[in-house]
Design a protein. Structure first.
Length: 92
């Protein structure tokens, strides 16, 4: 959960924080730390979604340009010519 910090190390850190900040200030610090982490997560999620949206728009633009360039590069099929067979319209 915390990488290389185990439970004994976490308990030592909490005891030191309790000694330094006191029992009255520690819950307030925990709340502000929680709010800061939540705000950071929201900002990073917003940034990630904005980047994904921009990538999606650029991919769509690239696909549209590619399809437009391939359709303009391929020559149109010449019109079909009537065959010179027995169906010339005259009966014998």
């Amino acid at each position: 959960m915390f990488g290389s910090i185990g439970m004994p190390e976490l308990v030592i850190i909490l005891v030191i924080a309790l000694i330094i900040f006191g029992p009255r200030k520690l819950p307030e610090l925990g709340r502000s730390l929680g709010r800061s982490i939540g705000e950071f997560r929201r900002a990073s999620n917003e940034l990630r979604s904005t980047l994904e949206e921009e990538i999606r728009v650029e991919e769509q633009k690239g696909a549209a340009q590619k399809s437009a360039s391939t359709s303009s590069e391929t020559p149109a099929d010449p019109p079909a010519e009537p065959s010179s067979g027995s169906s010339s319209g005259t009966w014998r």
